[in-house]
Design a protein around this ligand. Structure first.
Ligand code: AMP
Length: 314
């Protein structure tokens, strides 16, 4: 199996209450590709400017990330800066500069066309749509977005939502997009657009999986004593989710078993937790499947409870 991703590859400037870094590798597709490549081959579709360091490209090549769909163009790489609050689930975007993304038109190389899983990571909804149009054979399509596109590209974003299977949104984005204070009411509105699943990311509180068929699952986050930089946790979450799904076999009609989706959400939370332990993608560089398995076991231990609660049942 292979996973196709389109999204931002960026330079970030990140400020937390405790530290600050500028010009570090960021971008939704960067986090996603680095995370998902722990599980499977990733086909990256993105653009960078002539200022983008070669060392990052070499790093991805070594990790099963196919760069045939990465355009390198004269100009500036996407730049984003943000500042986190003391509650690091909340942040303000200080600056977004599209750079070479302003005139980008993704071209899906022929060798990407049999990708089974498609992730539309955070970028202009127009570009997500162009990729969706060029990947009609994807068995599962998953969409992520961000506050900026909900504000400035809402109509186009809605068209993309109508064409995908799974939507990832933070709790705040569900409220922003639907205008509903209640997440359940917001998710109900989203299902009216034809989605099969909605996954609501709750930062350090974990993630919720909702199915149009009534599925509901709440996955805890991995408890971290120290968060260095939460940037990219959502994209790495998606990398863990799709990465895990690429390792399981769907039913002949292409649908995934609910238990596999639940496991995938837990993998997402685990990979997200590793990203938070350092700046940029550095928390993922040395990560192994054994590390992931250890956190998986811990999460099972800390969230499992006995279904028999009456004394007489014992
Ligand atoms: P996350 O923390 O998972 O929401 O992802 C943050 C990453 O997304 C950062 O590395 C940014 O470079 C990138 N990013 C921020 N804003 C946007 C945007 N409007 N479109 C695409 N990527 C963005």
């Amino acid at each position: 199996m292979s996973i196709l991703v389109v999204g931002s590859v960026a330079f970030d400037a990140v400020e937390t209450p405790f530290a600050r870094r500028d010009w570090i590798l960021g971008g939704a597709a960067s986090y996603f590709s680095t995370a998902a490549s722990l599980y499977d081959r990733v086909n990256l579709v993105a653009i960078v400017g002539s200022d983008f360091p070669r060392e990052y490209l070499d790093f991805w090549r070594e990790r099963r990330v196919n760069l045939a769909g990465l355009q390198i163009q004269e100009g500036k790489t996407f730049y984003w800066s943000g500042r986190y609050h003391m509650d690091m689930n909340t942040r303000d975007t200080l600056d977004t500069q599209l750079g070479v993304y302003a005139d980008f038109h993704p071209q899906i190389p022929v060798e990407y066309q049999d990708s089974d899983l498609l992730f539309l990571a955070n970028i202009q909804p127009e570009l997500q749509m162009e990729v969706l149009d060029q990947a009609p054979h994807a068995r599962l399509t998953v969409l992520d977005t961000m506050e900026l596109w909900i504000k400035t590209g809402r109509a186009r974003l809605t068209e993309v939502i109508k064409r995908v299977d799974v939507l990832l949104m933070s709790e705040e984005e569900v409220r922003q997009y639907t205008g509903q204070a209640s997440i359940l009411a917001g998710v109900r509105e989203l299902f009216a657009l034809g989605l099969k699943y909605v996954i609501v990311k709750q930062g350090s509180y974990g993630a919720l999986l909702f199915g149009a068929d009534g599925t509901y699952f709440s996955a805890p986050s991995y408890p971290l004593e120290e968060v260095i930089d939460p940037t990219g946790a959502g994209d790495a979450f998606a990398g863990g989710l799709l990465g895990y799904l690429s390792t399981v076999r769907p039913a002949p009609d292409g649908t995934y078993a609910v238990d596999d989706l639940k496991r995938a959400v837990v993998h997402g939370n685990i990979i997200g937790s590793y990203v938070c332990s350092d700046f940029s993608i550095d928390g993922l560089r040395a990560l192994t499947m054994n590390d992931i398995a250890a956190r998986y076991r811990e999460l099972v231990d800390c969230s499992h409870f006995d279904p028999d609660w009456r004394q007489g049942d014992r």
